[in-house]
Design a protein around this ligand. Structure first.
Ligand SMILES: *Cc1c(COP(=O)(O)O)cnc(C)c1O
Length: 399
Protein backbone atom coordinates (compact mmCIF):
# COMPACT_ATOMS: atom_id res chain seq x y z
CA UNK A 1 0.00 0.00 0.00
CA UNK A 2 1.54 3.29 -1.09
CA UNK A 3 1.71 6.02 1.46
CA UNK A 4 3.13 8.91 -0.43
CA UNK A 5 1.84 11.63 1.88
CA UNK A 6 3.40 10.96 5.24
CA UNK A 7 6.83 12.48 4.59
CA UNK A 8 5.81 16.11 4.97
CA UNK A 9 2.58 15.65 6.93
CA UNK A 10 4.08 16.58 10.32
CA UNK A 11 4.94 20.07 9.08
CA UNK A 12 1.49 20.81 7.66
CA UNK A 13 -0.79 23.27 9.40
CA UNK A 14 -3.90 21.92 11.15
CA UNK A 15 -6.41 22.49 8.32
CA UNK A 16 -4.14 20.66 5.86
CA UNK A 17 -3.53 17.76 8.24
CA UNK A 18 -7.29 17.37 8.68
CA UNK A 19 -7.78 16.96 4.92
CA UNK A 20 -4.74 14.81 4.09
CA UNK A 21 -3.24 13.50 7.33
CA UNK A 22 -2.98 9.75 7.78
CA UNK A 23 -4.24 8.94 4.28
CA UNK A 24 -3.04 5.59 2.93
CA UNK A 25 -4.03 4.46 -0.58
CA UNK A 26 -4.72 1.04 -1.99
CA UNK A 27 -3.12 0.07 -5.35
CA UNK A 28 -6.21 1.61 -7.05
CA UNK A 29 -5.09 5.09 -5.98
CA UNK A 30 -8.56 6.22 -4.84
CA UNK A 31 -9.01 9.94 -4.00
CA UNK A 32 -11.20 9.47 -0.95
CA UNK A 33 -10.24 7.28 1.98
CA UNK A 34 -11.08 3.62 1.36
CA UNK A 35 -13.58 1.87 3.61
CA UNK A 36 -12.06 -1.45 4.63
CA UNK A 37 -15.18 -3.20 5.84
CA UNK A 38 -13.44 -6.42 6.81
CA UNK A 39 -13.17 -8.42 10.01
CA UNK A 40 -9.91 -10.16 9.21
CA UNK A 41 -6.98 -10.36 6.81
CA UNK A 42 -5.54 -13.25 4.76
CA UNK A 43 -1.87 -14.24 4.68
CA UNK A 44 0.25 -15.34 1.74
CA UNK A 45 1.51 -18.37 3.66
CA UNK A 46 1.89 -19.94 7.08
CA UNK A 47 5.21 -18.15 7.60
CA UNK A 48 3.57 -14.80 6.82
CA UNK A 49 0.83 -15.50 9.38
CA UNK A 50 3.48 -16.43 11.96
CA UNK A 51 5.38 -13.19 11.27
CA UNK A 52 2.19 -11.10 11.71
CA UNK A 53 1.43 -12.75 15.02
CA UNK A 54 4.93 -12.47 16.49
CA UNK A 55 5.15 -8.82 15.44
CA UNK A 56 8.00 -9.21 12.89
CA UNK A 57 5.56 -8.04 10.20
CA UNK A 58 3.55 -5.03 11.43
CA UNK A 59 0.56 -5.70 9.12
CA UNK A 60 -3.07 -6.13 10.18
CA UNK A 61 -4.32 -9.24 12.00
CA UNK A 62 -7.92 -8.69 13.05
CA UNK A 63 -10.17 -5.62 13.14
CA UNK A 64 -10.65 -5.84 16.91
CA UNK A 65 -6.90 -5.02 17.11
CA UNK A 66 -6.58 -2.58 14.22
CA UNK A 67 -8.10 -1.82 10.81
CA UNK A 68 -6.73 0.29 7.93
CA UNK A 69 -9.68 2.74 7.82
CA UNK A 70 -9.66 3.13 11.61
CA UNK A 71 -5.86 3.60 11.48
CA UNK A 72 -6.31 6.51 9.04
CA UNK A 73 -8.71 8.17 11.48
CA UNK A 74 -6.29 7.59 14.38
CA UNK A 75 -3.32 8.98 12.43
CA UNK A 76 -5.23 12.06 11.31
CA UNK A 77 -6.49 13.09 14.75
CA UNK A 78 -3.16 12.20 16.36
CA UNK A 79 -1.45 14.73 14.09
CA UNK A 80 -3.92 17.47 14.96
CA UNK A 81 -3.61 16.81 18.69
CA UNK A 82 0.19 16.54 18.56
CA UNK A 83 -0.01 13.17 20.37
CA UNK A 84 2.36 10.24 19.89
CA UNK A 85 -0.41 7.65 19.68
CA UNK A 86 -4.20 7.25 19.47
CA UNK A 87 -6.77 4.47 19.81
CA UNK A 88 -10.24 4.95 18.36
CA UNK A 89 -13.26 3.54 20.19
CA UNK A 90 -16.92 2.79 19.50
CA UNK A 91 -18.18 5.82 21.45
CA UNK A 92 -17.00 8.65 23.65
CA UNK A 93 -17.94 6.65 26.75
CA UNK A 94 -15.85 3.71 25.53
CA UNK A 95 -12.93 6.15 25.27
CA UNK A 96 -13.44 7.56 28.79
CA UNK A 97 -13.84 4.08 30.26
CA UNK A 98 -10.74 2.86 28.40
CA UNK A 99 -8.62 5.78 29.61
CA UNK A 100 -9.67 5.20 33.23
CA UNK A 101 -9.46 1.37 33.13
CA UNK A 102 -5.99 1.54 31.61
CA UNK A 103 -4.87 3.83 34.47
CA UNK A 104 -6.11 2.10 37.64
CA UNK A 105 -6.33 -1.18 39.55
CA UNK A 106 -8.02 -2.16 42.83
CA UNK A 107 -6.61 -0.14 45.72
CA UNK A 108 -5.98 2.96 43.59
CA UNK A 109 -7.68 6.34 43.92
CA UNK A 110 -9.13 8.73 41.32
CA UNK A 111 -9.91 12.44 41.71
CA UNK A 112 -12.44 13.93 39.28
CA UNK A 113 -14.18 17.26 38.85
CA UNK A 114 -17.84 17.10 39.89
CA UNK A 115 -19.07 18.82 36.76
CA UNK A 116 -18.81 15.84 34.43
CA UNK A 117 -20.88 14.46 31.58
CA UNK A 118 -23.45 12.23 33.33
CA UNK A 119 -22.03 8.84 32.30
CA UNK A 120 -18.45 9.91 33.13
CA UNK A 121 -19.68 10.78 36.61
CA UNK A 122 -21.35 7.36 36.87
CA UNK A 123 -18.05 5.59 36.06
CA UNK A 124 -16.17 7.59 38.72
CA UNK A 125 -18.85 7.60 41.40
CA UNK A 126 -20.47 4.17 40.96
CA UNK A 127 -18.52 1.78 38.72
CA UNK A 128 -14.92 2.33 39.87
CA UNK A 129 -15.74 1.85 43.60
CA UNK A 130 -17.38 -1.48 42.67
CA UNK A 131 -13.93 -2.68 41.56
CA UNK A 132 -12.07 -1.35 44.60
CA UNK A 133 -11.04 1.99 43.13
CA UNK A 134 -11.93 4.85 45.45
CA UNK A 135 -12.93 8.19 43.92
CA UNK A 136 -13.18 11.76 45.20
CA UNK A 137 -15.21 14.43 43.42
CA UNK A 138 -14.08 18.04 43.75
CA UNK A 139 -15.17 21.47 42.55
CA UNK A 140 -12.84 21.55 39.53
CA UNK A 141 -12.53 25.34 39.47
CA UNK A 142 -11.11 25.36 43.02
CA UNK A 143 -7.44 24.33 42.71
CA UNK A 144 -7.11 23.95 46.51
CA UNK A 145 -9.70 21.15 46.43
CA UNK A 146 -7.61 19.18 43.89
CA UNK A 147 -4.53 19.70 46.09
CA UNK A 148 -6.15 18.38 49.21
CA UNK A 149 -7.87 15.46 47.44
CA UNK A 150 -4.77 13.79 45.95
CA UNK A 151 -3.14 10.97 47.91
CA UNK A 152 -0.10 8.73 47.42
CA UNK A 153 -2.34 6.10 45.74
CA UNK A 154 -4.02 8.60 43.37
CA UNK A 155 -3.40 7.26 39.87
CA UNK A 156 -5.71 9.39 37.74
CA UNK A 157 -7.15 12.90 37.75
CA UNK A 158 -10.08 13.45 35.41
CA UNK A 159 -11.82 16.59 34.18
CA UNK A 160 -13.65 18.17 31.29
CA UNK A 161 -13.36 21.86 30.38
CA UNK A 162 -15.53 23.66 29.44
CA UNK A 163 -17.92 21.54 31.49
CA UNK A 164 -21.34 20.24 30.59
CA UNK A 165 -23.76 22.00 30.83
CA UNK A 166 -22.70 25.15 32.69
CA UNK A 167 -19.46 25.76 30.72
CA UNK A 168 -17.16 26.18 33.71
CA UNK A 169 -13.47 26.48 32.79
CA UNK A 170 -10.93 24.43 34.76
CA UNK A 171 -7.26 25.49 34.84
CA UNK A 172 -5.70 22.47 33.09
CA UNK A 173 -2.05 23.51 33.65
CA UNK A 174 -2.64 23.97 37.40
CA UNK A 175 -4.31 20.55 37.73
CA UNK A 176 -1.49 18.97 35.65
CA UNK A 177 1.04 20.33 38.19
CA UNK A 178 -0.88 18.65 41.02
CA UNK A 179 -1.06 15.35 39.09
CA UNK A 180 2.73 15.40 38.75
CA UNK A 181 3.27 15.75 42.50
CA UNK A 182 1.76 12.28 43.06
CA UNK A 183 2.72 10.72 39.72
CA UNK A 184 -0.92 10.46 38.60
CA UNK A 185 -2.14 10.64 35.01
CA UNK A 186 -4.26 13.68 34.10
CA UNK A 187 -7.05 12.71 31.69
CA UNK A 188 -8.88 15.59 29.96
CA UNK A 189 -12.22 15.13 28.18
CA UNK A 190 -11.81 17.81 25.49
CA UNK A 191 -15.18 17.45 23.77
CA UNK A 192 -16.58 20.92 24.44
CA UNK A 193 -13.36 22.77 23.51
CA UNK A 194 -12.66 20.63 20.40
CA UNK A 195 -9.05 19.87 19.36
CA UNK A 196 -9.00 23.23 17.55
CA UNK A 197 -9.54 25.52 20.53
CA UNK A 198 -7.66 23.69 23.29
CA UNK A 199 -4.60 21.41 23.39
CA UNK A 200 -4.56 19.70 26.80
CA UNK A 201 -1.31 17.80 26.10
CA UNK A 202 0.52 21.11 25.59
CA UNK A 203 -0.95 22.34 28.90
CA UNK A 204 0.57 19.34 30.74
CA UNK A 205 -2.21 16.71 30.55
CA UNK A 206 -1.16 13.10 29.91
CA UNK A 207 -4.25 11.82 28.11
CA UNK A 208 -6.94 13.48 25.95
CA UNK A 209 -10.27 11.80 25.22
CA UNK A 210 -12.99 12.74 22.74
CA UNK A 211 -16.49 11.76 21.95
CA UNK A 212 -16.14 11.92 18.15
CA UNK A 213 -19.95 11.73 18.11
CA UNK A 214 -20.02 15.48 18.75
CA UNK A 215 -18.09 18.05 16.64
CA UNK A 216 -15.92 15.49 14.81
CA UNK A 217 -18.92 13.90 13.16
CA UNK A 218 -20.95 17.08 13.60
CA UNK A 219 -23.74 15.87 11.36
CA UNK A 220 -25.63 13.52 13.63
CA UNK A 221 -24.66 10.22 11.98
CA UNK A 222 -22.54 7.92 14.11
CA UNK A 223 -20.96 7.42 17.51
CA UNK A 224 -17.22 7.32 18.07
CA UNK A 225 -14.44 8.14 20.49
CA UNK A 226 -10.67 8.33 20.75
CA UNK A 227 -7.95 8.19 23.43
CA UNK A 228 -4.72 10.08 22.71
CA UNK A 229 -1.50 9.89 24.71
CA UNK A 230 2.15 8.81 24.63
CA UNK A 231 3.24 5.77 22.62
CA UNK A 232 4.44 3.77 25.62
CA UNK A 233 1.20 3.97 27.61
CA UNK A 234 -0.99 3.35 24.56
CA UNK A 235 1.10 0.29 23.62
CA UNK A 236 1.55 -1.17 27.10
CA UNK A 237 -1.77 -0.37 28.80
CA UNK A 238 -4.40 0.76 26.29
CA UNK A 239 -3.76 -1.74 23.47
CA UNK A 240 -4.05 -4.90 25.61
CA UNK A 241 -7.33 -3.58 27.05
CA UNK A 242 -8.68 -2.85 23.54
CA UNK A 243 -7.50 -6.19 22.13
CA UNK A 244 -9.05 -8.26 24.87
CA UNK A 245 -12.26 -6.35 25.64
CA UNK A 246 -13.29 -5.02 22.19
CA UNK A 247 -14.34 -1.35 22.52
CA UNK A 248 -12.86 -0.63 19.06
CA UNK A 249 -14.40 1.72 16.46
CA UNK A 250 -16.13 0.18 13.43
CA UNK A 251 -14.44 0.87 10.06
CA UNK A 252 -17.67 2.39 8.79
CA UNK A 253 -17.78 4.93 11.64
CA UNK A 254 -14.07 5.68 11.13
CA UNK A 255 -14.76 6.41 7.47
CA UNK A 256 -17.62 8.81 8.31
CA UNK A 257 -15.52 10.48 11.01
CA UNK A 258 -12.51 10.90 8.66
CA UNK A 259 -14.76 12.95 6.39
CA UNK A 260 -15.95 14.85 9.47
CA UNK A 261 -12.36 15.79 10.33
CA UNK A 262 -11.89 17.34 6.87
CA UNK A 263 -14.49 20.03 7.55
CA UNK A 264 -14.03 20.33 11.33
CA UNK A 265 -12.22 23.73 11.33
CA UNK A 266 -14.82 25.33 9.05
CA UNK A 267 -17.75 24.03 11.05
CA UNK A 268 -16.32 24.82 14.48
CA UNK A 269 -15.33 28.37 13.45
CA UNK A 270 -18.74 29.13 11.96
CA UNK A 271 -20.69 27.50 14.81
CA UNK A 272 -18.61 29.40 17.39
CA UNK A 273 -19.23 32.68 15.56
CA UNK A 274 -22.97 31.91 15.53
CA UNK A 275 -22.75 31.00 19.24
CA UNK A 276 -21.08 34.29 20.08
CA UNK A 277 -23.81 36.23 18.29
CA UNK A 278 -26.50 34.23 20.08
CA UNK A 279 -24.72 34.74 23.44
CA UNK A 280 -24.42 38.50 22.92
CA UNK A 281 -28.11 38.70 21.97
CA UNK A 282 -29.31 36.54 24.88
CA UNK A 283 -27.23 38.55 27.37
CA UNK A 284 -29.32 41.65 26.58
CA UNK A 285 -32.72 39.99 27.12
CA UNK A 286 -34.77 40.77 30.25
CA UNK A 287 -36.09 37.18 30.41
CA UNK A 288 -32.53 35.82 30.63
CA UNK A 289 -31.22 35.93 34.21
CA UNK A 290 -27.74 34.62 33.45
CA UNK A 291 -25.71 34.02 30.30
CA UNK A 292 -22.58 31.83 30.23
CA UNK A 293 -20.26 31.85 27.22
CA UNK A 294 -16.51 31.06 27.43
CA UNK A 295 -15.59 33.71 24.85
CA UNK A 296 -17.12 36.62 26.78
CA UNK A 297 -15.37 38.83 29.34
CA UNK A 298 -18.21 38.30 31.85
CA UNK A 299 -17.54 34.53 32.04
CA UNK A 300 -16.63 33.63 35.68
CA UNK A 301 -13.30 32.08 34.56
CA UNK A 302 -12.65 34.43 31.61
CA UNK A 303 -8.96 34.79 32.53
CA UNK A 304 -8.36 31.01 32.51
CA UNK A 305 -10.31 30.70 29.24
CA UNK A 306 -8.08 33.34 27.64
CA UNK A 307 -4.96 31.52 28.84
CA UNK A 308 -5.82 28.03 27.69
CA UNK A 309 -8.35 28.35 24.84
CA UNK A 310 -7.78 29.85 21.41
CA UNK A 311 -11.48 30.26 20.61
CA UNK A 312 -14.85 30.60 22.30
CA UNK A 313 -17.24 27.69 22.05
CA UNK A 314 -20.07 26.31 19.95
CA UNK A 315 -22.07 26.03 23.19
CA UNK A 316 -24.03 28.65 25.12
CA UNK A 317 -25.70 28.16 28.51
CA UNK A 318 -28.31 30.51 29.91
CA UNK A 319 -30.80 30.72 32.73
CA UNK A 320 -34.39 31.82 32.18
CA UNK A 321 -35.72 34.12 34.92
CA UNK A 322 -38.98 32.22 35.33
CA UNK A 323 -37.44 28.80 36.16
CA UNK A 324 -38.70 25.55 34.64
CA UNK A 325 -42.00 27.05 33.43
CA UNK A 326 -40.31 29.82 31.47
CA UNK A 327 -37.62 27.45 30.15
CA UNK A 328 -40.24 24.97 28.89
CA UNK A 329 -42.37 27.71 27.35
CA UNK A 330 -39.31 29.13 25.57
CA UNK A 331 -38.12 25.77 24.25
CA UNK A 332 -41.62 24.77 23.09
CA UNK A 333 -42.00 28.06 21.21
CA UNK A 334 -38.82 27.55 19.14
CA UNK A 335 -39.42 26.23 15.66
CA UNK A 336 -35.99 26.18 14.01
CA UNK A 337 -33.82 25.23 17.00
CA UNK A 338 -34.67 21.61 17.84
CA UNK A 339 -35.03 19.98 21.26
CA UNK A 340 -32.31 17.32 21.53
CA UNK A 341 -29.62 16.24 23.98
CA UNK A 342 -26.87 15.90 21.34
CA UNK A 343 -24.37 18.69 20.73
CA UNK A 344 -21.78 19.96 18.26
CA UNK A 345 -24.19 19.29 15.39
CA UNK A 346 -24.76 21.28 12.19
CA UNK A 347 -28.35 21.63 13.42
CA UNK A 348 -28.91 23.95 16.39
CA UNK A 349 -30.08 21.90 19.38
CA UNK A 350 -31.34 22.91 22.80
CA UNK A 351 -31.81 20.91 25.97
CA UNK A 352 -33.16 21.45 29.48
CA UNK A 353 -30.49 19.62 31.54
CA UNK A 354 -32.42 19.46 34.83
CA UNK A 355 -35.15 17.27 33.31
CA UNK A 356 -33.03 15.37 30.75
CA UNK A 357 -29.23 14.84 30.84
CA UNK A 358 -28.94 15.73 34.54
CA UNK A 359 -32.26 14.39 35.79
CA UNK A 360 -30.80 11.24 37.34
CA UNK A 361 -28.09 12.94 39.48
CA UNK A 362 -30.80 14.41 41.74
CA UNK A 363 -31.69 17.87 42.94
CA UNK A 364 -28.87 18.23 45.45
CA UNK A 365 -26.12 17.40 42.95
CA UNK A 366 -27.74 19.72 40.42
CA UNK A 367 -27.79 22.57 42.93
CA UNK A 368 -24.07 22.01 43.62
CA UNK A 369 -23.34 22.26 39.91
CA UNK A 370 -25.47 25.37 39.37
CA UNK A 371 -27.93 23.47 37.16
CA UNK A 372 -31.09 25.31 38.19
CA UNK A 373 -34.52 24.59 36.72
CA UNK A 374 -34.17 27.65 34.47
CA UNK A 375 -30.88 26.58 32.83
CA UNK A 376 -30.86 25.72 29.13
CA UNK A 377 -27.92 24.35 27.13
CA UNK A 378 -27.80 25.57 23.55
CA UNK A 379 -25.59 23.85 20.94
CA UNK A 380 -25.31 26.32 18.09
CA UNK A 381 -25.35 24.99 14.54
CA UNK A 382 -24.47 26.08 11.02
CA UNK A 383 -27.70 27.91 10.15
CA UNK A 384 -27.73 31.55 9.10
CA UNK A 385 -27.29 33.42 12.41
CA UNK A 386 -30.14 35.80 11.57
CA UNK A 387 -32.58 32.88 11.36
CA UNK A 388 -31.36 31.66 14.76
CA UNK A 389 -31.75 35.10 16.35
CA UNK A 390 -35.24 35.46 14.88
CA UNK A 391 -36.23 32.06 16.26
CA UNK A 392 -34.92 33.02 19.72
CA UNK A 393 -36.63 36.43 19.60
CA UNK A 394 -39.95 34.89 18.62
CA UNK A 395 -39.73 32.27 21.39
CA UNK A 396 -38.77 34.90 24.00
CA UNK A 397 -41.87 36.89 23.04
CA UNK A 398 -43.96 33.77 23.73
CA UNK A 399 -42.50 33.53 27.29
C1 LIG B 1 -21.14 13.06 24.67
C2 LIG B 1 -20.04 13.15 25.63
C3 LIG B 1 -19.43 11.98 26.12
C4 LIG B 1 -19.88 10.60 25.71
O1 LIG B 1 -19.74 10.38 24.34
P1 LIG B 1 -20.64 9.31 23.53
O2 LIG B 1 -20.03 9.35 22.16
O3 LIG B 1 -22.04 9.78 23.58
O4 LIG B 1 -20.45 8.00 24.20
C5 LIG B 1 -18.41 12.14 27.02
N1 LIG B 1 -18.00 13.36 27.45
C6 LIG B 1 -18.57 14.50 27.00
C7 LIG B 1 -18.10 15.81 27.51
C8 LIG B 1 -19.62 14.44 26.08
O5 LIG B 1 -20.18 15.56 25.64
Amino acid sequence: MANNEKTSAESWRAATQLVHGGTTRSPFGETSEALYLTQGFVYSGAEAAEARFNGEDPGFVYSRYANPTVAMFEDRIKMLEGAEAARATASGMAAVNLALMASVKAGDHVVAAKALFGSCRYICETLLPRFGVESTLVDGTDIEQWKSAVKPNTKALFLESPTNPTLEIIDIAAVAEIAKTVGARLIVDNVFATPLYQSPLKLGADVVVYSATKHIDGQGRCLGGVVLSDEEWITDEVMPFVKHTGPHMSPFSAWVLLKGLETLPLRVARQSENARQAADFLAEQAAVAKLIYPGRDDHPQADVAKRQMTGGSTMVAFEMSGGKDAAFRFVNALNLIRISNNLGDAKSLITHPATTTHQSIGEEARAELGISDGILRFSVGLEDPLDLLEDIERALAAV
